[in-house]
Design a protein around this ligand. Structure first.
Ligand code: TYM
Length: 347
């Protein structure tokens, strides 16, 4: 692969995403970020570099369930099990194996302000009620900005909960470019990211028992979340027991009917159907049980197929992909880092 000799080293633009591997992933992670990435990669990897990386340095800000190395390999297998078609434009790497991420994070720390990091909702949530919070949790969005800006990534498929961090990456890039010239490509605005992902708005899969909240790995109740390792029949039962409402209308209204809207959203994403089509199919229907049965069947068929494919992918295949991907990532990232260091007078 030829890499042009300039601070904008890509001959092709980049789509990039990362998923933390602190534990097993939920259907929310899958539908919000992983599956959109797979669909974008399959549609565009002839024109875009597609960077899929494991933010393992982001993982160590909090507890890790299980073995980080095994979680990491499994998370990359998920992309293949979800149908990612491999080709030389797709790059797998580990954040910690590309030291330029940490280096750029430090430089961006000198451009970001305490005030803007204090406003990050995830930081507020993660630190609420704690006597002591590690600096990594506070600084996490700056490392995420480094992950994105090092590769001039234009599109970053993430769930809606990460949009505030994306905005921060844009702001830091703008501030940096204003001061030092046009070094970083700005990632697209969240609304354009959603358009590129072919969705009306950012994706936020809701907690099945408490649909005001997002589905999260850290929620204690097993019925609130579907894990990718769930037995497909058990997952179907969780959908059947999802909290809805008493309005008796099947319509998409996240404000008044978050439970029903969540089921419509899951149905659309799992079957790769436009949300509007699913909404139209159910318009005028009133039996929530019918909708639940349909979504339960879709989710259990999906999990069954996904888990079957997952079992066929070996660690060796992923390790091979990481070896090639990390050579590529280090070449791109080091070149960008050198340009930034030069701008700051460090070289
Ligand atoms: P993380 O590991 O918390 O979540 C991984 C991805 O899953 C999405 N997600 C959801 N989407 C829809 N509905 C939900 N209920 C739901 N729960 C989680 C998240 O939005 C995310 O896209 N900071 C990131 C990881 C990261 C990253 C990056 C991502 C580090 N550097 C650079 C993109 C680019 C994180 O902690 O996501």
């Amino acid at each position: 692969m030829t890499i042009a000799n300039s601070t904008k080293p890509h001959t092709q633009p980049t789509i990039l995403t990362g998923l933390r591997v602190n534990s097993e992933m939920t259907l929310g992670n899958f539908l919000g970020a992983l599956l959109p990435m797979v669909r974008l990669a399959n549609a565009h990897s002839d024109q875009y570099h597609v960077n899929i990386f494991v933010p393992d340095l982001h993982s160590i800000i909090s507890e890790i369930d299980g073995n980080l190395q095994q979680n990491l390999l499994k998370s990359l297998k998920y992309f293949l099990a979800a149908g990612l078609n491999l080709n030389p434009n797709i790059h797998f790497y580990r954040q910690s194996r590309v030291p330029a991420h940490s280096e750029l994070c430090w430089i961006l720390n000198c451009v970001a302000t305490m005030g803007e990091l204090n406003r990050m909702t995830q930081y507020k949530d993660k630190s609420e009620g704690k006597d002591s919070v590690n600096v990594g949790i506070f600084d996490y969005p700056v490392l995420m900005a480094a992950d994105i800006l090092l590769y001039d990534a234009e599109f970053v498929p993430v769930g809606e909960d990460q949009f505030q961090h994306l905005e921060l990456a844009r702001r830091l890039a703008q501030r940096f470019n204003h001061r030092f010239g046009d070094l970083f490509t700005l990632p697209a605005e969240p609304k354009d990211q959603a358009k590129f992902m072919n969705v009306d708005h950012g994706i936020r899969i809701r907690d099945l028992q408490n649909p005001e909240k997002k589905m999260s790995k850290s929620t204690a109740s097993a019925n609130s979340k579907i894990m990718l390792s769930d037995d497909p029949k058990a997952a179907a039962k969780k959908i059947m027991s999802a909290t809805t409402d008493s309005l008796g209308k099947i319509q998409y209204d996240m404000f008044n009917q978050p439970g029903i809207s969540n089921l419509l959203q899951i149905e659309a994403l799992v079957n790769d159907q436009p949300l509007q089509d699913v909404i139209s199919t159910w318009a005028g229907e009133t039996h929530y049980g019918d909708l639940k049965q349909k979504v339960a069947a879709s989710v259990s068929t999906f999990l069954d197929d996904f888990q079957r494919k997952l079992a066929t992918i070996s660690d060796a295949e992923i390790l091979d992909l990481l070896t090639t991907g990390e050579t590529y990532a280090n070449a791109i990232a080091n070149r960008k880092l050198a340009a930034v260091q030069t701008a700051f007078g460090l070289r």
